[in-house]
Design a protein around this ligand. Structure first.
Ligand code: GTP
Length: 211
């Protein structure tokens, strides 16, 4: 095979390679983190969930590519929303969940966002904010506009969903985040390429100037 053709085929195969995406789910106690995870993994809403912190994995085919999605369903105390540096560094993307009927959980998302941004920049770790329990409109304490505004000012995506009612909206949340992670990686790769070119050019021109 001609060298050019061989490298093109290798590049295509490279694109089809399995990709891994780590997603960290955060949010206050009882907002529905596990319900969202279980909905995504099994399409079901079972109503009662254990208190175990777990990492789940699932293979998905998105835009023709096999992707292994690892989900860390974090566990927080009733009073504190602390997450470890290890969790923050593990994640390629994050989902911050609040309950539309619980203003405290919305404040917790604000706090967690500050924590996240102290160790991860938007360019390295996309964040999706999820307002859950949309089915409980009559108990609503946080308006959709407040959620959307927070997301807008923090450069995050925003979804309002009900883990109890629909599978499709939950699927959209996870797929959108996977897309954002892919975009972030592609951007990092291309800017690393540009940096490489600039480095080699300055090496050549620097050398010429020195001669
Ligand atoms: N009505 C309604 N209830 C929900 C929804 N999502 C979760 N719940 C309920 O909210 C409660 C808490 O859900 P979990 O998924 O355990 O919440 P969590 O954030 O994982 O809780 P911890 O991990 O214990 O902090 C459960 O009783 C769920 O059945 C929803 O969209 N609508």
């Amino acid at each position: 095979m001609v060298v050019e053709e061989k490298s093109r085929v290798e590049a295509m195969e490279g694109n089809q390679q399995r990709m891994e995406v780590n997603i960290l789910l955060m949010g206050a106690h009882n907002v529905g983190k596990t319900a969202l995870t279980v909905r995504f993994l099994t399409r079901r809403f079972i109503g009662e969930y254990g208190d175990m912190e777990s990492v789940y994995s699932r293979m998905e085919r998105i835009h023709g590519q096999e992707i292994c999605i690892n989900i860390w369903d974090s566990q927080v105390g009733e009073k504190s929303c602390w997450v470890s540096e290890k969790q923050l560094q593990w994640a390629d993307g994050m989902i911050l969940v609040y309950d539309i009927c619980d203003r405290g959980s919305f404040d917790a998302v604000r706090q967690q966002l500050q924590l996240v941004r102290r160790s991860r920049k938007p360019a390295s770790c996309p964040v999706v904010i999820v307002a859950n329990k949309r089915d409980l409109q009559h108990h609503r304490r946080v308006s959709g506009e407040e959620g959307r505004l927070l997301a807008l000012t923090q450069g995050c995506c925003f979804f309002e969903v009900s883990a109890a009612e629909t599978y499709h909206s939950v699927l959209l949340v996870f797929h959108r985040l996977v897309d954002l992670v892919r975009e972030t990686r592609a951007l990092r790769k291309s800017s690393a390429g540009v940096r490489g070119i600039v480095r080699s050019m300055s090496a050549v021109f620097g050398k010429k100037r020195a001669e």
